[in-house]
Design a protein around this ligand. Structure first.
Ligand code: 23J
Ligand code: MN
Length: 263
């Protein structure tokens, strides 16, 4: 008996014929992966490290494997609501309990790379989003909101973290914009190309780290250190961002994939 034709059989066909492609939104994860630098009064997250368990040798003649050591929030990673104090009392707020349906959604991609090229502390406002909606349509509930800044094209830890005497400088979202996206657009979460979802200077904002405060305070997610957002259309892609099922985890490195229609 022939299998029923579904959107999935069509997807398989389109993946095969190249009318839908898979785009990797993930940075390589290794010892050189930049990790967020918090002010010195706070505990730091360690860099990624790896040691060999065996390499086809005495310790394991036919197998190669490693041990890895890293913070949950290293490289391309997922922020769960439990990561922030404002999200700590939600049900199903950790990496192991979030319903898996919430890891998949359509992507709305806002391109502010030109603005960021001129001003590295650029903050996206509600007005920017409304202007984007005027062109591309209203953001549907359950969408991933992705901020394209081209920040991921910065080479090396120093340029990527961009620390100055007064702390790091990198773009992000204004708190009013975060609240608008969480409350009035009911997004799954926000994804950015920078080391964290908050702007570099956001530790000095009121409240500090407003993107974490309000996104997780609304039970929503973050995706940090994304790349290849320049390969996504403004609308029409589907993003799959499923963290490791760490028990009581606050987040995890992950492979973020986008399904993208080609012309
Ligand atoms: C802890 C404190 C502040 C920030 C962060 C973590 C992150 O960006 C993160 O990776 O969640 S801003
Ligand atoms: Mn994080």
């Amino acid at each position: 008996m022939a299998a029923r034709v579904t959107v999935l059989s069509l997807l398989v066909e389109e993946l095969k014929n190249g009318r839908v492609k898979v785009v990797d939104l993930t940075q390589p994860l290794g010892p050189d992966t930049p990790v967020i630098d918090l002010p010195p009064m706070f505990a730091p997250s360690p860099p990624f490290s790896m040691e060999t368990i065996s390499h086809y040798d005495d310790k394991g003649p036919a197998w190669y494997w490693n041990t890895i050591h890293l913070g949950e929030h290293t490289g391309t990673h997922f922020d769960a609501p439990i990561h922030w104090v404002t999200g700590k009392d939600y049900a199903n707020n950790s990496t192991d309990t979030i319903p898996v349906s919430r890891f998949v959604g359509p992507a709305c991609v806002v391109d502010v790379s030109k603005e960021v090229a001129h001003y590295e502390d650029f903050l996206l406002t509600r007005e920017h989003v409304l202007a984007w909606e005027g062109e591309h349509g209203k953001i549907q509930p359950g969408s991933w909101f992705l901020l394209r800044t081209d920040w991921s094209k910065r080479q090396g830890r120093e340029a990527f973290l961009n620390a100055k005497a007064d702390g790091p400088h990198s773009p992000g979202l204004h708190k009013d914009c975060v609240q608008f996206l969480a409350q009035e657009r009911d997004v799954l979460g926000v994804g950015v190309e920078t080391v964290g979802t908050d702007a570099g200077q956001a530790g000095a904002f009121d409240p500090p780290f407003p993107c974490h405060t309000f996104m997780h305070g609304a039970g929503k997610f973050g995706l940090a250190s994304l790349k290849n957002l320049d390969q996504l259309p403004a609308t029409g892609a589907v993003v799959i961002a499923a963290p490791l099922k760490i028990v009581n985890g606050s987040g995890s490195p992950l492979r973020v994939l986008a399904l993208v229609p080609t012309e």
